[in-house]
Every structure is written in C-alpha cells, then in structure tokens.
Ligand binder design. Structure first.
Ligand code: C2E
Ligand code: CA
Ligand code: CA
Length: 571
C-alpha cells in the first residue's frame, strides 16, 4: 500500500526532481508534487495548499535554500524541510541546519532519503500534537468554553497589562455588563438555550468593539469589557450606548426570539484608581448601583460604596454586632469659649468588629441608613449615651450629652416615644440630651422634620443642626424650626485662616445664628490659632482635636478630671 505524500520541490532541475520522486515511490510513497524555483512561486504554493514535506536544492540561479527557509519561517509554517543538493561542504550544511533545515541529503547518495523522510514526518507529527495540546491547555486556562471568549483569568491579566502600559499616557475603562433577567431565560428555556444565548451575546458584543478592546465572559451572565486605550472618558458613554443598541435586536435561539438588556457598571483609570482588582470591584459596585436605579448604566462614584455587595455583607454582620455589644461609644467634649468650661460631650459611635477591627462610623452608618438597621443602631447609641450621662455624676454635675440622629430616624414615627422612654428609664432630664440632626436630613423632607423636631422640643430636648453650611437650609426654615444650636461644618472651620471664603462663611453663620437666638458651635477645631480666630468672631462653643480627640467613656472621665478646661464636676 502506497502512502500519499504532498511534496513541494524547490529545484531548477527537472531530471533531479524525477530522481527524487522515483526514490520516494521506491520507499512506498505516492508523491503528489509541485516544483518551484522562485520565491514568488514558493510563496504562492505554500499559502494556497497544504504540504507534508519540502525538498530544496541548495542553490539555484534565482533562489537558494536560505531564502526558502526564511520564507517558510516568515509564513510561520512547521513543515519538514530537507535540503537535497550536491556537495556543499560541512560548514554550509551546518549553517543551513541552524537556519532551520531538518536534514541535508546528497543528490548522489539518496539511500538516506527514505529514513530521513520517515523520521521527519514522525517528528513533525509529534510537534503538531504537542502544539495542539498546548493550545488546548491555553484554551482551557484562558478561554470560556461556552462562548469561546477570554475568561475571567485572561481578562484580569489583560487588565493588569493594560494598566501598566497606559500608565499616565491615556485613560482606560473597565466595563462590567450583566444581562437583566438572564436567569429567567435559563430557568424557563433550559440551560443549553441559555448557553446558546450567551454565545450569541458574546459574539454581538465582540462585533461592536475594535481591537485592542477585549470582551470576556467572567462567569454566569457577566461580561467584562476592557477599553485599554481611551482618548477621552466621554467616549465611554458612546461605547456603552453602542453595546446596549446592539443587544436591542432580539436574539433567536432555536426559533425563539429572546429580548436581552444589559446593565453596565464602569470604572476608569486613573479617576478611580490603578489597581486591577479594585477597578473590577468598583465597576461591580457601579453595576449594582445601576441595577438598583433600574438604569442600564452607571459610572462608579464613591457614594455608591454604601450599596456595594461588600457593604451589604457588612450590614448582615451589623445586626449581630448591635445585639452582641460590639458598638462602642467615644465621647468628645464641647467647650464654651467665653468661660473656658466643658459644657457637653458628643457621643460618636465606633464598631469593634470581631474580624475587621475598629470601624469608624463613616464605614457603616451611611449604609445602615438604607437597610433599616439605623433604627436599632440609633436606639443602641441613645441608650448607651444616656447610661453614660447618668453614671457620670449627679443631677447637678452631669454633663449634657449630644447624640447624632440620622435622617431616617427623624422620620421614624416611634422616635418621640422611644426617646421619651429611654430618658424616663434612666431618670435623665430631657434638657441633658441634645439631638444633632444634619442639615441634609431636614432638607430631604422639611415638613416631616418640622413635626418631629417640634415634638422633641416640646419634651424639652435640645436640638442642634449638624454639618451646617453643607445643605443649603433656607433661613426661613431655620426660623421656623424649634432648634437651639447650629454646628458649623468642619470643612469651613479648617479653612478660616487660609481661605477668605471660608472665613466669610463662618463669620456670617455666627451672625445669622445669633440673630436667630441660637448657640453657634464650631466643630473640627484643630489648632490654637483657629480657636482664637473663632473667639474673635464671637463663636459660642468649639469642639475638636485642639481640645480633645473623641475617646472612650473611661478615658473621657480621666480627661475631665485632669483637664485644664473648667469642669463643674472636677475643680
Ligand atoms: P459628625 O457628627 O460631624 O462628628 C464629628 C466628626 O469629626 C467625628 O468623626 C469626629 O471624630 C471628627 N472630629 C472631631 N474633631 C475633629 C478635628 O479637630 N478634626 C477633624 N479632622 N475631625 C474631627 P467620626 O467620629 O468619625 O464621625 C463621623 C460621622 O459619623 C459623624 O460626623 C456623624 O455624622 C456620624 N456618626 C457618628 N456617630 C453616629 C451615631 O451614633 N449615629 C449616627 N446617626 N451618626 C453617627
Ligand atoms: Ca455630630
Ligand atoms: Ca458635624
């Protein structure tokens, strides 16, 4: 039985070609051959047909073995290449082997031809198998079997590389797209139709992008898109729109039309950082946010953090944290400038988390506001602060305590009753308690705020507007609300010596407050210079690191005992 062999012969001599073919036939092969003698002809043959083996004369009038090897290498094919030539000398033979020839056979000694052909075909097959295996391994490691797109691992690597090469030169965007209601498709039409849909979605997304953009399937119905070379961040919205548009046309899966909509979250380097994992996380947070807003696109913004899955996970733990006494109160004294005495203290909550350590309120209070946990948190803080107030002296030496109330709590219809019960249970006088409400909480729903505040005021509780200056409260509403004090936000206080606008704002807030008969407190007072400036502006009270940092109850008692500020309880 003869073995078919597709042979490309690079040779200018017809008789030599015949000799070669005869030898092959004698070795049991059935050669199908084409003879070429120029580079152009060789290129044409190699790119249009498949060859098992190439025989090449060492030198021809218009071509030679080195050029032929270079051409082979350039086309990128791995085909056994055997030089069949007259004597060329050992040196040149070695050079030719180094250039990529597999063997060298003398025309007048063709005995070695068949064993060489057999060996080279065998080795070429082995090389091919190995390459196929390597490709398969790579495919499994880097590509998603369902869509054939790069997988999460590949995507992460690409993002890292893109960040390195974009560094400082141009922005880069990372998009995370989730298909809305994909789970329904999967559940109602079955997994294999779900897979078919994912495949088509992947293809469409890819078709809408250009190199070097990358689209990958990250798992489930989640696709990652990397735009490694943005010229301007405004381009992102255009890309997102294009991607949404391309998904608009219903998909046909086995004759069933399926409508798909994507929800996309975007993070940008350098705006949102340059750590690949972090950017992915932020894009995820943005996507999550877009979903909550029933929108199909959101660019990451730090304020979305409170809605992130990470933060919501933290909330699940907060419930236990409240029950298991993991919330700790720190206290910060308030000083009356004129008398130099301590006139109160503000309770500030911290969370001693069993694994994450000490968490500041900014890390969990804003999220708690959105999850219904703000109620239990507020009452916990209120009760602990009142306990501290009761235990810190007798009725005449007790220092008033300030507790922060969230916007939500202000709209809790049990607020009045709960506060009243908490005071009664401890025998603390209502005027010993100040509730601080942020300006923004009032702006949110002025009518409800007015109702709650009026009720609290009737009970004799003092009321303070916190972070004043940041929320655009109208003077009209300030006049109408039964409040006792305003706290100038620390962002203005910090700048009074360096920023003329800040100084003007602080001065006018103090005047405004006094005209309305309110006490004015400056928070965030960090230096003596600022303290003195506030004194010269006529500010009533101050609070800040210059006086004392917030500290736990026991340290606060020590501080009160040792402080050079006047305390009624001590000296
Ligand atoms: P806030 O009510 O404006 O509290 C003042 C914040 O400024 C505190 O941060 C305090 O530690 C910090 N601070 C005090 N003096 C200085 C100073 O001289 N310089 C600077 N740079 N900062 C100073 P903290 O304790 O991290 O609290 C942050 C915010 O968390 C509070 O702002 C408040 O809005 C909220 N919060 C704290 N505890 C509670 C709570 O029990 N309930 C509610 N709803 N919110 C709370
Ligand atoms: Ca406060
Ligand atoms: Ca404040």
């Amino acid at each position: 039985m003869t073995k078919p062999l597709r042979v490309l012969i690079v040779e200018d001599s017809e008789p030599d070609t015949e000799l070669l073919l005869r030898e092959l036939r004698r070795g049991g092969y059935d050669p199908q051959h084409v003879r070429v003698e120029t580079a152009e002809a060789m290129r044409a043959e190699m790119t249009s047909k498949e060859w098992h083996i190439i025989f090449c004369d060492f030198s021809m009038p218009r071509f030679n073995a080195f050029d032929a090897l270079a051409l082979l290498c350039q086309i990128g094919l791995d085909i056994p290449f055997i030089i069949v030539s007259g004597t060329i000398g050992e040196d040149r033979a070695v050079t030719a082997m180094k250039a990529g020839a597999h063997d060298y056979i003398l025309k007048d000694n063709l005995k070695r031809l068949i064993p060489a052909v057999e060996r080279e075909l065998r080795e070429a097959r082995m090389r091919q198998d190995r390459r196929a295996k390597e490709e398969e391994i790579e495919r499994l490691a880097y590509f998603d079997p369902v869509t054939g797109l790069p997988n999460r691992f590949y995507f992460q690597k690409s993002v890292s590389q893109a960040i390195k090469s974009a560094q400082g030169k141009h922005p880069l965007a990372l998009l995370l797209m989730d298909l809305q209601r994909f789970k329904d498709v999967n559940d109602t039409l079955g997994h294999h139709r779900g897979d078919a849909l994912l495949q088509q979605v992947g293809m469409r997304l890819k078709s809408a992008l250009f190199t070097p953009d990358i689209v990958a399937r990250l798992g489930g119905d989640e696709f990652g898109i990397l735009l490694p070379r943005l010229t301007a961040t405004e381009d992102i919205e255009m890309v997102v729109e294009k991607l949404q548009d391309i998904l608009m046309v219903p998909f046909m899966v086995e004759g069933i039309p399926i409508a798909v909509e994507g929800c996309t979250g975007v993070a940008i380097m350098p705006d949102h950082g340059d750590d690949p994992d972090r950017l992915l996380q932020l894009a995820d947070i943005a996507m999550y946010r877009a979903k909550n807003l029933a929108s199909n696109y959101a660019l990451y913004s730090p304020e979305y953090d409170r809605h992130s899955p990470e933060k919501l996970g933290l909330m699940a733990e907060l419930r236990d944290g409240i029950d298991q006494n993991q919330l700790v109160l720190h206290y910060q004294p308030k000083i009356e400038i004129l008398s130099g005495s301590v006139v109160g203290e503000e309770a500030l909550v911290r969370w001693q988390h069993p694994r994450r350590g000490f968490l500041s309120p900014d890390q969990f209070v804003p999220t708690a506001e959105y999850t219904g946990l703000i109620g239990p948190l507020t009452y916990r803080v209120l009760n602990d602060a009142l306990n501290y107030c009761r235990d810190s002296g007798n009725a005449s030496t007790q220092l008033p305590v300030s507790v922060n109330l969230s916007a939500r709590s202000l709209h809790d219809h049990r607020l009045l009753e709960s506060v009243w019960t908490a005071l009664q249970a401890r025998g603390v006088e209502p005027h010993q308690l100040t509730l601080e409400i942020t300006e923004s909480a009032i702006v949110l729903d002025p009518k409800r705020a007015e109702e709650s505040l009026t009720g609290l005021n009737r009970m004799g509780i003092r009321l303070s507007i916190d972070d004043f200056g940041t929320g655009y409260t109208s003077i009209g509403s300030l006049k109408r609300l039964p409040i006792d004090e305003i706290k100038i936000d620390k962002s203005f206080v910090t700048g009074i010596l360096t920023d003329r606008d800040d100084a003007t704002i602080v001065r006018s807030v103090i005047d405004l407050g006094h005209n309305l008969g309110l006490r004015v407190v400056a928070e965030g007072v960090e230096t003596k210079e600022i303290f003195d400036a506030l004194a010269s502006f006529g500010c009533d009270e101050v609070q800040g690191y210059f006086i004392a940092r917030p500290q736990d109850g026991a340290s606060m008692n020590d501080w009160l005992r040792e402080s050079s500020w006047k305390t009624d309880s001590g000296k």
